[in-house]
Design a protein around this ligand. Structure first.
Ligand SMILES: CC(=O)[C@@H](O)[C@H](O)COP(=O)(O)O
Ligand SMILES: NCC(=O)COP(=O)(O)O
Length: 247
Protein backbone atom coordinates (compact mmCIF):
# COMPACT_ATOMS: atom_id res chain seq x y z
CA UNK A 1 0.00 0.00 0.00
CA UNK A 2 1.24 3.52 -0.80
CA UNK A 3 2.25 5.37 2.35
CA UNK A 4 0.61 8.64 3.31
CA UNK A 5 2.13 11.68 1.66
CA UNK A 6 3.05 14.33 4.21
CA UNK A 7 2.51 18.02 3.57
CA UNK A 8 5.07 20.37 5.05
CA UNK A 9 3.83 23.95 4.92
CA UNK A 10 6.58 26.55 4.52
CA UNK A 11 5.66 29.80 6.28
CA UNK A 12 8.66 31.92 5.16
CA UNK A 13 6.60 34.31 3.12
CA UNK A 14 4.34 35.25 5.98
CA UNK A 15 7.54 36.71 7.40
CA UNK A 16 8.28 38.39 4.05
CA UNK A 17 5.02 40.33 4.36
CA UNK A 18 5.70 41.14 8.03
CA UNK A 19 9.19 42.41 7.24
CA UNK A 20 7.93 44.64 4.42
CA UNK A 21 6.64 47.02 7.12
CA UNK A 22 8.62 46.03 10.20
CA UNK A 23 6.73 45.22 13.38
CA UNK A 24 5.14 41.90 14.25
CA UNK A 25 2.28 41.37 11.77
CA UNK A 26 1.51 38.99 10.21
CA UNK A 27 3.05 36.55 12.68
CA UNK A 28 4.62 33.41 11.12
CA UNK A 29 3.96 31.45 14.32
CA UNK A 30 0.26 32.22 14.11
CA UNK A 31 0.29 31.01 10.50
CA UNK A 32 2.15 27.85 11.50
CA UNK A 33 -0.38 27.08 14.25
CA UNK A 34 -3.21 27.64 11.80
CA UNK A 35 -1.46 25.34 9.29
CA UNK A 36 -1.18 22.72 12.01
CA UNK A 37 -4.94 22.98 12.63
CA UNK A 38 -5.63 22.79 8.88
CA UNK A 39 -3.87 19.43 8.65
CA UNK A 40 -0.24 20.24 7.82
CA UNK A 41 2.02 17.35 8.77
CA UNK A 42 4.97 19.62 9.44
CA UNK A 43 6.16 23.21 9.24
CA UNK A 44 9.16 24.27 7.19
CA UNK A 45 11.01 27.53 7.74
CA UNK A 46 14.20 28.77 6.10
CA UNK A 47 16.42 30.94 8.28
CA UNK A 48 18.39 32.70 5.58
CA UNK A 49 21.77 34.15 6.39
CA UNK A 50 20.48 37.63 5.49
CA UNK A 51 17.31 37.13 7.62
CA UNK A 52 15.19 38.51 4.79
CA UNK A 53 12.12 36.64 6.05
CA UNK A 54 12.35 34.20 8.98
CA UNK A 55 14.33 35.47 11.97
CA UNK A 56 16.06 33.69 14.82
CA UNK A 57 13.22 34.43 17.24
CA UNK A 58 10.69 32.89 14.79
CA UNK A 59 12.62 29.63 14.81
CA UNK A 60 12.71 29.52 18.60
CA UNK A 61 8.97 30.27 18.83
CA UNK A 62 8.10 27.62 16.22
CA UNK A 63 10.12 24.98 18.07
CA UNK A 64 8.55 25.99 21.34
CA UNK A 65 4.88 26.11 20.31
CA UNK A 66 4.33 23.59 17.51
CA UNK A 67 3.27 20.04 18.15
CA UNK A 68 4.02 18.89 14.59
CA UNK A 69 7.61 18.47 13.31
CA UNK A 70 9.68 21.53 12.46
CA UNK A 71 11.90 21.33 9.39
CA UNK A 72 14.68 23.94 9.71
CA UNK A 73 16.07 24.89 6.30
CA UNK A 74 19.50 26.47 6.39
CA UNK A 75 22.82 26.94 4.66
CA UNK A 76 25.71 24.77 5.83
CA UNK A 77 27.45 27.49 7.83
CA UNK A 78 28.92 27.45 11.34
CA UNK A 79 26.46 30.12 12.50
CA UNK A 80 23.42 28.15 11.31
CA UNK A 81 24.65 24.93 12.85
CA UNK A 82 25.02 26.64 16.21
CA UNK A 83 21.45 27.95 15.97
CA UNK A 84 20.12 24.54 14.93
CA UNK A 85 21.96 22.85 17.79
CA UNK A 86 20.29 25.27 20.20
CA UNK A 87 16.86 24.94 18.55
CA UNK A 88 16.96 21.15 18.08
CA UNK A 89 14.31 20.93 15.33
CA UNK A 90 12.96 17.58 14.19
CA UNK A 91 14.73 17.97 10.83
CA UNK A 92 17.46 20.09 9.30
CA UNK A 93 17.37 20.54 5.54
CA UNK A 94 20.67 21.82 4.16
CA UNK A 95 20.20 24.11 1.18
CA UNK A 96 22.63 26.11 -0.96
CA UNK A 97 22.32 29.85 -0.44
CA UNK A 98 23.47 32.89 -2.35
CA UNK A 99 22.93 36.31 -0.86
CA UNK A 100 21.89 37.90 -4.14
CA UNK A 101 19.43 35.21 -5.28
CA UNK A 102 15.70 35.86 -5.18
CA UNK A 103 15.01 32.28 -4.10
CA UNK A 104 16.92 29.01 -3.81
CA UNK A 105 18.18 28.59 -7.35
CA UNK A 106 19.84 25.21 -7.31
CA UNK A 107 20.51 22.10 -5.32
CA UNK A 108 23.29 21.47 -2.86
CA UNK A 109 26.62 20.39 -4.36
CA UNK A 110 26.98 17.13 -2.44
CA UNK A 111 29.16 15.07 -4.77
CA UNK A 112 32.14 17.46 -4.75
CA UNK A 113 32.10 18.27 -1.04
CA UNK A 114 30.97 14.94 0.35
CA UNK A 115 33.44 14.69 3.26
CA UNK A 116 33.02 18.32 4.27
CA UNK A 117 29.24 17.95 4.36
CA UNK A 118 29.35 14.65 6.26
CA UNK A 119 31.59 16.25 8.92
CA UNK A 120 29.34 19.30 8.98
CA UNK A 121 26.10 17.48 9.71
CA UNK A 122 27.47 14.80 12.08
CA UNK A 123 26.93 16.95 15.23
CA UNK A 124 23.38 17.73 14.10
CA UNK A 125 22.65 14.03 13.69
CA UNK A 126 24.17 13.36 17.10
CA UNK A 127 21.81 15.99 18.52
CA UNK A 128 18.87 14.03 17.07
CA UNK A 129 18.05 16.14 13.99
CA UNK A 130 17.01 14.27 10.87
CA UNK A 131 19.25 15.46 8.04
CA UNK A 132 17.82 16.21 4.64
CA UNK A 133 19.84 17.44 1.66
CA UNK A 134 18.11 19.72 -0.85
CA UNK A 135 19.45 18.46 -4.18
CA UNK A 136 18.76 18.84 -7.87
CA UNK A 137 17.19 15.74 -9.43
CA UNK A 138 20.62 14.59 -10.54
CA UNK A 139 21.96 11.05 -10.16
CA UNK A 140 25.43 12.03 -8.90
CA UNK A 141 23.96 14.23 -6.15
CA UNK A 142 21.41 11.64 -5.06
CA UNK A 143 24.06 8.93 -4.97
CA UNK A 144 26.44 11.17 -3.00
CA UNK A 145 23.73 12.01 -0.46
CA UNK A 146 23.25 8.31 0.14
CA UNK A 147 27.00 7.66 0.31
CA UNK A 148 27.57 10.20 3.08
CA UNK A 149 24.72 8.87 5.20
CA UNK A 150 21.97 11.45 4.82
CA UNK A 151 18.67 9.66 5.52
CA UNK A 152 16.55 12.10 3.49
CA UNK A 153 16.81 14.03 0.24
CA UNK A 154 14.52 16.80 -0.92
CA UNK A 155 14.46 17.03 -4.70
CA UNK A 156 14.41 20.63 -5.99
CA UNK A 157 11.25 20.97 -8.08
CA UNK A 158 12.01 24.53 -9.20
CA UNK A 159 12.79 23.78 -12.86
CA UNK A 160 9.63 21.65 -13.12
CA UNK A 161 7.53 24.34 -11.47
CA UNK A 162 8.96 27.11 -13.66
CA UNK A 163 8.24 25.13 -16.82
CA UNK A 164 4.64 24.65 -15.62
CA UNK A 165 4.23 28.32 -14.81
CA UNK A 166 5.60 29.41 -18.18
CA UNK A 167 3.69 26.82 -20.21
CA UNK A 168 6.85 25.22 -21.57
CA UNK A 169 5.28 21.77 -21.82
CA UNK A 170 8.18 19.85 -23.34
CA UNK A 171 10.47 21.19 -20.60
CA UNK A 172 7.83 20.42 -18.01
CA UNK A 173 7.68 16.81 -19.18
CA UNK A 174 11.48 16.52 -19.19
CA UNK A 175 11.75 17.99 -15.68
CA UNK A 176 8.96 15.77 -14.43
CA UNK A 177 10.84 12.76 -15.77
CA UNK A 178 14.00 13.85 -13.93
CA UNK A 179 12.03 14.07 -10.68
CA UNK A 180 10.38 10.70 -11.27
CA UNK A 181 13.68 9.00 -12.12
CA UNK A 182 15.47 10.45 -9.09
CA UNK A 183 12.58 9.70 -6.74
CA UNK A 184 12.75 6.07 -7.87
CA UNK A 185 16.55 5.98 -7.64
CA UNK A 186 16.66 7.64 -4.21
CA UNK A 187 14.01 5.28 -2.91
CA UNK A 188 15.91 2.27 -4.27
CA UNK A 189 18.98 3.45 -2.37
CA UNK A 190 16.93 3.55 0.83
CA UNK A 191 16.65 7.33 1.07
CA UNK A 192 13.43 8.99 2.19
CA UNK A 193 12.46 11.20 -0.73
CA UNK A 194 10.85 14.62 -0.34
CA UNK A 195 10.12 17.14 -3.09
CA UNK A 196 9.73 20.89 -2.82
CA UNK A 197 9.99 24.34 -4.34
CA UNK A 198 7.49 26.22 -6.44
CA UNK A 199 4.70 23.61 -6.38
CA UNK A 200 1.16 24.84 -7.04
CA UNK A 201 -2.38 23.42 -7.22
CA UNK A 202 -1.73 22.65 -10.89
CA UNK A 203 1.75 21.18 -10.67
CA UNK A 204 1.41 19.18 -7.47
CA UNK A 205 -0.56 16.22 -8.87
CA UNK A 206 2.07 14.37 -10.92
CA UNK A 207 4.56 14.65 -8.04
CA UNK A 208 2.07 13.68 -5.33
CA UNK A 209 1.22 10.60 -7.38
CA UNK A 210 4.73 9.17 -7.01
CA UNK A 211 4.63 6.41 -4.38
CA UNK A 212 8.35 6.88 -3.68
CA UNK A 213 7.77 10.43 -2.43
CA UNK A 214 6.98 10.74 1.29
CA UNK A 215 6.74 14.50 1.78
CA UNK A 216 6.11 17.68 -0.15
CA UNK A 217 7.21 21.07 1.16
CA UNK A 218 5.13 23.88 -0.22
CA UNK A 219 5.15 27.52 0.82
CA UNK A 220 5.13 30.46 -1.53
CA UNK A 221 2.06 29.38 -3.51
CA UNK A 222 0.03 28.44 -0.43
CA UNK A 223 0.79 31.74 1.30
CA UNK A 224 -0.04 33.67 -1.87
CA UNK A 225 -3.27 31.76 -2.41
CA UNK A 226 -4.31 32.36 1.19
CA UNK A 227 -4.93 36.00 0.22
CA UNK A 228 -7.83 34.74 -1.88
CA UNK A 229 -9.11 31.70 -0.03
CA UNK A 230 -7.66 31.96 3.47
CA UNK A 231 -4.71 29.99 4.80
CA UNK A 232 -6.90 27.18 6.07
CA UNK A 233 -8.67 26.92 2.70
CA UNK A 234 -5.45 26.98 0.69
CA UNK A 235 -3.87 24.22 2.79
CA UNK A 236 -7.00 22.07 2.68
CA UNK A 237 -7.27 22.49 -1.09
CA UNK A 238 -3.62 21.49 -1.52
CA UNK A 239 -4.27 18.43 0.64
CA UNK A 240 -7.30 17.49 -1.48
CA UNK A 241 -5.23 17.73 -4.66
CA UNK A 242 -2.40 15.68 -3.17
CA UNK A 243 -4.76 12.99 -1.93
CA UNK A 244 -6.63 12.84 -5.25
CA UNK A 245 -3.38 12.35 -7.14
CA UNK A 246 -2.14 9.79 -4.62
CA UNK A 247 -5.34 7.76 -4.94
C1 LIG B 1 14.89 25.76 -0.09
C2 LIG B 1 13.63 26.27 -0.57
O1 LIG B 1 13.20 25.92 -1.63
C3 LIG B 1 12.86 27.20 0.29
O2 LIG B 1 13.58 27.71 1.28
C4 LIG B 1 11.88 28.11 -0.21
O3 LIG B 1 11.88 28.31 -1.53
C5 LIG B 1 11.56 29.35 0.58
O4 LIG B 1 12.63 30.21 0.73
P1 LIG B 1 13.04 31.31 -0.35
O5 LIG B 1 11.82 31.77 -1.05
O6 LIG B 1 13.73 32.37 0.44
O7 LIG B 1 14.00 30.61 -1.29
N1 LIG C 1 11.91 23.31 0.42
C1 LIG C 1 10.91 23.92 -0.38
C2 LIG C 1 9.97 24.67 0.45
O1 LIG C 1 10.03 24.62 1.66
C3 LIG C 1 8.88 25.45 -0.16
O2 LIG C 1 9.26 26.09 -1.32
P1 LIG C 1 8.23 27.14 -2.00
O3 LIG C 1 6.92 26.43 -2.17
O4 LIG C 1 8.11 28.30 -1.06
O5 LIG C 1 8.88 27.47 -3.30
Amino acid sequence: MTEKLRLGVNIDHVATVRNARGGDNPDPLRAALMAQDAGADGITAHLREDRRHIRDADMAALKDKLSIPLNFEMAATAEMRDIALRTKPHAVCLVPEKREERTTEGGLEVARQANVLADYFAPLQEAGCRISLFVAPDRDQVEAAHRIGAPVIELHAGAYADAWAEGRWADRDAEQKRLVDMAIYGHQLGLEVHVGHGLTFDSVGPIAALPQVRELNIGHFIIGESIFMGLDGAIREMRVRMDAARA
